[in-house]
Design a protein around this ligand. Structure first.
Ligand SMILES: Cc1ncc(COP(=O)(O)O)c(C=O)c1O
Length: 411
């Protein structure tokens, strides 16, 4: 029989976060707080962005990594550190180690975006590409730690990391003392746990609400059953919060202190990214947009509740992914429409179709013609169109006009 002796979960308290804040002085930027006029109008409460996308390394991760590595004993520092990450944690560990004069090795999955690999190397880490998925990369990093004695730096399940991330919460209270609600993205939970420790100790009246992507939401079921449970194959464009299982230490803190964890759809994430870019002129990665996605999805939940701070936790995004997400966001907002339809293969047929589109003021961005598909009749041709549209109502008008003109829209 297996007897499991319950291991006490290490506590993180306000003093830890205050200690972390002292350590980070002159190392991490006190990132700006920006007002969002658009979200203020939408929700009816003042909405501010805490811009950790403008942090050194492009995310809050430097804070936790630095505090964790600074806390190592001299012989541990001498052995170097190792981490596994596809992105922000890698860069945080790389820069923190360089600043502290500690050697770092970072394992990254084989498909990690090149700009992130390059940035991690430029911050001073030795990068090793290993594994197709993060779990394999993690196993390789742990094996390296066992073999070489290097200290494994966990991305969220360590009290020093949580204390470091909690400094975001102290800054929010200093920069926006009137805050009533804080929204923050949750992956393993280190950032939300740290913020909650700081904020609830000083201002228990302030609500702290976590946000997860619908396809990678391990917290809601875990909180329901009272212990961390995994979601298999988490799927979301928000790679920073694509975590299959809550961390043990963050889970206990979040269970005790958070006022709820909400989930957001992929459409809401891409719309949020577009909004940050267009309205606020801020480049925010999908995980960092999750609080904005929560505000966009259910603005009525935040009206009348006083000022809201949305933590924009990171801004590192591969340009190719950015292009795809912007297109997704434009489509979700009805500003981009892709259609496939069949027309008769005769001269002038395409011109007729384009005339209908021009009649409803839909701008054609791209058009392609397929004749050779065996599913097409001999006299048919398939046309794929990408249109610039002006919102959901305009998309419906385009569809109505095509229908009225007798076109068969396939998708
Ligand atoms: C941009 C961004 N936001 C949020 C998170 C979630 O942080 P945590 O795992 O501490 O919940 C991460 C984690 O990598 C991240 O990179």
């Amino acid at each position: 029989m297996n007897y499991r002796v319950p291991v006490p979960v290490p506590q993180v308290i306000l003093d830890d976060v205050r200690g972390a804040q002292k350590m980070l002085s002159g190392v991490a930027r006190v990132t700006p707080m920006e007002n969002s006029r658009h979200l203020t109008a939408l929700t009816g409460s003042p909405v501010h962005f805490k811009c950790e996308n403008l942090q050194r390394t492009g995310s809050f991760k430097l804070r936790g990594a630095y505090v964790r590595i600074a806390g190592l004993r001299p012989e541990q520092r001498a052995a170097g550190v190792v981490a596994a990450s596809a992105g922000n944690h890698a860069q945080g560990v790389a820069l923190a180690s360089s600043l502290l004069g500690v050697r770092s090795t970072v394992f990254m999955p084989v498909g990690a975006p090149l700009p992130k690999v390059a940035a991690t190397q430029e911050y001073g880490a030795e990068v090793r590409m290993h594994g197709q998925v993060v779990d394999e990369t993690l196993a390789a990093a742990q094996e390296y730690a066992d073999r070489t004695g290097a200290v494994f730096i966990h991305p969220f399940d360590h009290r020093d990391v949580i204390a470091g991330q909690g400094t975001v919460g102290l800054e929010i209270l200093e920069q926006c003392p009137e805050v009533r609600t804080i929204l923050v993205g949750v992956g393993g939970g280190g950032l939300a746990a740290g913020i909650a420790v700081a904020v609830k100790a000083l201002r228990p009246d302030v609500k702290v609400i976590g946000v997860q992507a619908e396809g990678a939401a391990a917290y809601p079921p875990s909180l329901r059953v009272g212990h961390p449970v995994s979601v298999d194959n988490p799927v979301t464009m928000a790679d920073g919060i694509k975590v299959g299982r809550p961390g043990d230490i963050p889970f206990h803190i979040i269970g005790d202190l958070l006022d709820g964890v909400r989930t957001v759809s992929e459409d809401a994430l891409s719309s949020a990214l577009l909004l940050c870019l267009e309205r606020a002129k801020l480049l925010v990665e999908p995980a960092g947009c999750s609080p904005v996605a929560a505000l966009l999805s259910r603005p009525e939940l935040y009206g009348g509740g006083g000022p809201v701070v949305a933590v924009l936790s990171g801004g590192n995004i591969d340009p190719l992914l950015l292009q795809r997400i912007l297109r997704h966001g434009m489509a979700a907002a009805g500003r981009y429409l892709s259609l496939r339809l069949r027309v008769t293969d005769r001269p002038g047929a395409l011109a007729g179709l384009l005339a209908v589109l021009s009649g409803v003021d839909a701008n054609v961005l791209d058009v392609s013609h397929v004749r050779t598909d065996p599913r097409l009749g001999l006299t048919e041709v398939e046309v794929e169109l990408h249109l610039e549209t002006k919102g959901q109502e305009h998309c419906a008008e385009v569809a109505r006009s095509l229908h009225a003109a007798g076109y068969k829209v396939m998708s």
